[in-house]
Design a protein around this ligand. Structure first.
Ligand SMILES: [Fe+2]
Ligand SMILES: [Fe+2]
Length: 196
């Protein structure tokens, strides 16, 4: 379990109410989690994480998520890439395990959002989709489709998911790697729903 000396349930991030909700999900201050990340992530990964967090919270508010879900979004955003073996294809699952073991986070919505941020999942929640979209399109992402996906994420989450999944799958095919079955199933499901 990550323990930081002298930690108290006094919070430094935007609203006290939101932080009280966060405290029921993880017994650490957001500033303490950031301190841990700063020490353990590369500089680029840390910058990506903070940028993703900002976009994910904006998306969560924009799409009407409640206070507790906004806290979940914030925690999933901060911790989604916290595992050291980031180059591994299953790093999102390793990160979820790490978060459970070391931060004591057992909330299913947070763990699923972390698990699904790389490939998606056929039954993804809105909260998980927000993390997936923020991960692929946060402003530090410089590939050409990122801006379009980011814009679409505010207008229509599922259209943005279809655009994000097809961008990622095109890249995977270009790299001659295997497609994730979950990504394909989710993509087909969104397409089917859009023509109903
Ligand atoms: Fe990741
Ligand atoms: Fe990431």
């Amino acid at each position: 379990m990550v323990s930081i000396k002298g930690s108290r349930p006094v919070f430094s991030s935007p609203t006290r109410k939101r932080n009280q909700n966060c405290f029921s999900l993880v017994r650490l201050k957001i500033s303490e989690i950031k301190e841990f990340l700063k020490k353990n992530l590369s500089r680029d990964r840390y910058i990506h994480t903070l940028s993703l967090r900002k976009l994910a919270i904006r998306l969560a508010k924009h799409h009407g998520l409640g206070l507790k879900d906004i806290c979940r979004v914030e925690l999933a955003a901060l911790l989604h890439d916290c595992h050291k073996k980031l180059e591994e294809d299953n790093h999102s699952f390793l990160a979820a395990k790490f978060v459970k073991k070391n931060f004591g986070i057992t909330d299913r919505k947070i763990l699923s959002a972390i698990e699904h941020h790389t490939y998606g999942h056929r039954n993804m929640s809105k909260l998980s989709k927000i993390i997936y979209l923020a991960d692929i399109s946060e402003p530090k992402r410089l590939f050409k489709e990122a801006k379009h996906i980011r814009k679409l994420a505010f207008a229509d989450i599922d259209k943005a998911m279809a655009a994000a999944l097809s961008t990622k799958m095109r890249y995977v095919l270009y790299e001659k790697k295997q497609l994730s079955l979950e990504s394909v199933i989710l993509y087909n499901k969104i397409l089917r729903n859009s023509i109903k």
